[in-house]
Design a protein around this ligand. Sequence first.
Ligand code: F6R
Length: 594
Amino acid sequence: MCGIVGYTGKNNAREILLKGLGRLEYRGYDSAGVALAGESGIYIQKKKGRLKELDAKEIPSTNIGIGHTRWATHGKPSNENSHPFSDCTGDIAIVHNGIIDNFIHLKEDLINKGHEFTSETDSEIISHLLEEHFNGDLVDTLKIVVKMLKGSFAICALQKDSKNIAVARNQSPLVIGLGVGENFVASDVPAILDYTNEVKYLEDGDVALLTPNEVRIWDSQDALVERDVVEIQWTIEDAEKGGYEHYMLKEIHEQPKAIHASLLGRLGGFTEVDLGKYDTEFIRLISCGTSYHAALVGKYLIEDIARIPCTAELASEYRYSSPSELHPFTILISQSGETADTIAAAKEAKRRGCKTLAVTNVMNSSITREVDEVIFTHAGPEIGVAATKTFTTQVIMMYLIAIELGLKTKRLLRETAQEYRDELRRIPRHVRVLLDRSEDIERVSEKLIGADDIFFVGRHLNYPVALEGALKLKEIAYIHSAGYPAGELKHGPFALLTNRTPVVAISVKDHTFEKMLGNIGEIASRDSPIIAVGDHDPELEKLSDDLITVPSVPTLFSPILVNVVLQLLAYYTAYKLECAIDKPRNLAKSVTVE
Ligand code: F6R
């Protein structure tokens, strides 16, 4: 996720920019850079990789500068594609967040006029447009340039031998921080909260000028406007959590946005990977932990939608299994892309002659270098150790892959594929509805406090969701819980059922619903409290102590919604038990050892 910081004042701009960018590191990025304006020119230092590798001390410090952390969109992560970008003369530099939709046309035009580009990015056109249309006043020129841009942008620009920063915003956040004899600008409040808690949020269409002593803002009609001064009440740590008490809760709430981002541009098929070129007689999905649960959902989806035999395997088991005659198309799922077992499994699959695809959330992660192709989930950075939005977007990828495979193998009708895609498009809205009902779920979580053991049961597509619900609860609330296919309890675990072993029963009205009601009846007769999660049904209501309903969707799409309920159930249980929700004991965000 890209980040922006800008400063003009009397202090060391380089230190302020680096500290500010450091505050945005948690959002994830693949390269970083700063531009400092001095009397004799603009000094730029930028590099692929971490902020600490930037060697910013190699350039002189001044009292005005802009900085950027980049999360690659147009063009791979590289030194050349990192921001800031300067124009041909080197007298102007810019940083940009967002996507310029019409950049190809603008770039061609600029090239025809003799401009030379150094990167593959859409952003670089902005510095050249400023050069091309420069009328002696940077902010005036920026007003002209933004009228030419289509898309989303937060732009900061500076000029050699000037104390002015010109900024503009459209659909990409930008906030101005007010100081005494100094002013700041940033994409996100944490970047400037060390220096000021008085800010002005820019609105879409605004262009602004920052000098050390003044901030002037014009709206989209070029009228000089005042924006309210807002006093930020958060601490740095709070701000990074966007006002949520825990990263996990924030990330649960970010899911509608994350799903939208992972679907973006893909509802007509993947542009980055042609699944049709692979032999897909048989598919193997490999992963660990929560990602394994996404793989299990994927197995059901690939079998149901594309009618292709599919297995889901744990990476730690696969890597020591015996090779067979088969060379299935192998999909490795890992949110971090750094899990040692999954990386080893990718290498092993390749060694066995399988074609490999990674589904990951982290660009440039190790797994991307081990596989033939990569699909990114685009969930945005996930800080909480317990995977939430990354799981959801992995499952979204499973739908998209299953649909794509179904079409390629012609086992899925085009019209049905279209219905599925329409359904996926509606999922963020349904998730929002559930999130708005968090209080109901919080109330039910009381029932899990003090339990000896908790079972999560489901069938078919919701069996992996039961596994995931149990994993979330044990990892953050430290309560022993187990996920089971509902039909399996009677083969042993029944012995444990008492009135101190609540059972969370996922019950959606699919082809297993009648059987599920039977299973719940059996559980109820052992006195276990039953929390049902699923569709509204009078019989189900009668059998269960609590029923948390999910928005009504075709049952094929129920796993994502049911899982949001289970995430919140785990969260509120852990909250009440005062557990270290974001950093559960003994666990790490990525498991880079075997
Ligand atoms: C649980 C959790 C872990 C990870 C597992 C695999 O909430 O986060 O179980 O899912 O360690 O990690 P990735 O997906 O990074 O390979």
